[in-house]
Design a binder for this molecule. Structure first.
Ligand code: FAD
Length: 336
């Protein structure tokens, strides 16, 4: 049984920063994540993308942000159970909780902080018969390391920000030898400036833009060799390709947490914005996993939510102690 003060479910950016804020309050944390590495969406979906809205960082790569958060949390020696989804929760007679993972690892703490983000997420896959044959052999549902696509012919499908941004990234930096963007409509859901950039790159001959079209087939042997595109007016186009990257977003699913008796609204956990507590006293929800009026799914909002929630958690764990807010500039960092 792993014993700690706060069990944090989800080692995304919000869970990692919560370790630091807990540490300032002398609360020890243990993180559980179903992924094999910490960082949540930042590590899993877009580690090499720059983020521009982290206060104090005009630009920081998502992977770099995760490394910085790990470094910031390190003095407080968090424990990690990685590669195991939290499956069950059991409240004890004294109000504390035991959280058990799919592999049976048990964790015990007076407080549980759910920072589960999008939950256990799955990419949306296009209905192409041979798709599964080329998974890991040319078909990728997310771009983790753009260098994989250096000097390769890439067909990206989708009309949202991911499809637009990665097409721009791979073409503008001359990473891929050819970038084809396929979208079923002629209007895009992404940011207007990204749409304009794609159009400009298409005009300059650096992106092959095929709209009103869908990828309907994949051909190849041991690896992907061709992508079949059906255009609404021109019929079938067969293009040579090393990679097909359908970027149709992720299917958000709370996973096992949905069965824990928490109040759920539209796939997210309802919280009281006073302290980001859930309907079960002792369980808090912070970051992308929660919902309330005016919620913004942004990293900086999750950082704030975790900070406030931990003040409340401290009062729950130590009802006899009064916590006085101390600046880090005054007190410094006293690790464990
Ligand atoms: C392409 C892209 C670009 C983005 N750009 C920005 C941006 O510029 N600025 C910004 O602020 N935000 C951006 N975001 C959003 C940002 O990534 C999220 O707001 C942020 O990751 C939320 O952090 P989190 O820690 O709450 O959740 P997540 O990062 O989703 O991490 C949650 C973790 O919980 C784990 N988990 C879930 N359920 C369980 C379970 N039952 N057991 C164990 N582990 C579990 C998951 O595996 C995951 O690792 C972007 C998102 C994407 C996809």
């Amino acid at each position: 049984m792993i014993q700690t003060d706060v069990i944090i479910i989800g080692a995304g950016p919000v869970g990692l920063f919560a370790v630091f804020e807990a540490g300032l309050l002398k609360l020890k944390c243990h993180l559980i994540d179903s992924l094999p590495q910490p960082g949540g969406q930042c590590s899993e979906i877009y580690p090499k993308k720059p983020i521009y809205d982290i206060p104090g960082f005009p630009s920081v790569l998502a992977g770099e942000l995760v490394n910085n958060l790990l470094e910031q949390a390190a003095p407080f020696k968090p424990g990690f159970t990685l590669g195991e989804a939290a499956q069950d929760i059991e409240q004890q007679a004294d109000g504390s909780f035991i959280v058990t993972t799919v592999k049976g690892t048990k964790h015990h703490a007076p407080v549980v902080m759910i920072a589960g983000g999008l939950g256990v997420f799955e990419p949306r896959k296009p209905p192409i018969e041979t798709l599964h044959l080329f998974e890991e052999k040319g078909v990728d549902y997310m771009i983790k390391d753009p260098e994989v696509y250096r000097d390769k012919r890439c067909v990206i499908a989708g009309g949202g920000d991911s499809a637009l941004d990665w097409s721009i990234f791979l073409a503008e930096r001359n990473i891929a030898s050819k970038v084809t963007l396929v979208h079923r409509s002629s209007s895009f859901r992404g940011h207007l400036d990204s749409v304009q950039k794609v159009i400009d790159l298409a005009d300059a001959g650096r992106i092959e833009l095929i709209t009103e079209a869908e990828v309907t087939g994949l051909n190849g042997g041991s690896r992907l060799e061709q992508v079949v595109i059906r255009h609404s007016a021109n019929g079938e186009i067969v293009t040579e390709a090393d990679h097909f990257i359908p970027l149709f977003g992720l299917k958000p699913s709370l996973g096992p947490i949905a069965n824990w008796g928490l109040e759920i609204e539209k796939g997210a956990i309802k919280v009281d914005t006073l302290d980001y507590s859930t309907n079960i006293p002792g369980i808090y929800a912070i970051g992308d996993v929660n919902t309330y009026e005016g919620k913004l799914k942004l990293i900086l909002c999750g950082f704030h939510e975790g900070t406030i929630a931990l003040q409340s958690a401290f009062a729950r764990i130590h009802p006899e102690k009064k916590n006085v807010l101390k600046y880090t500039t005054v007190n410094g960092i006293q690790g464990f």
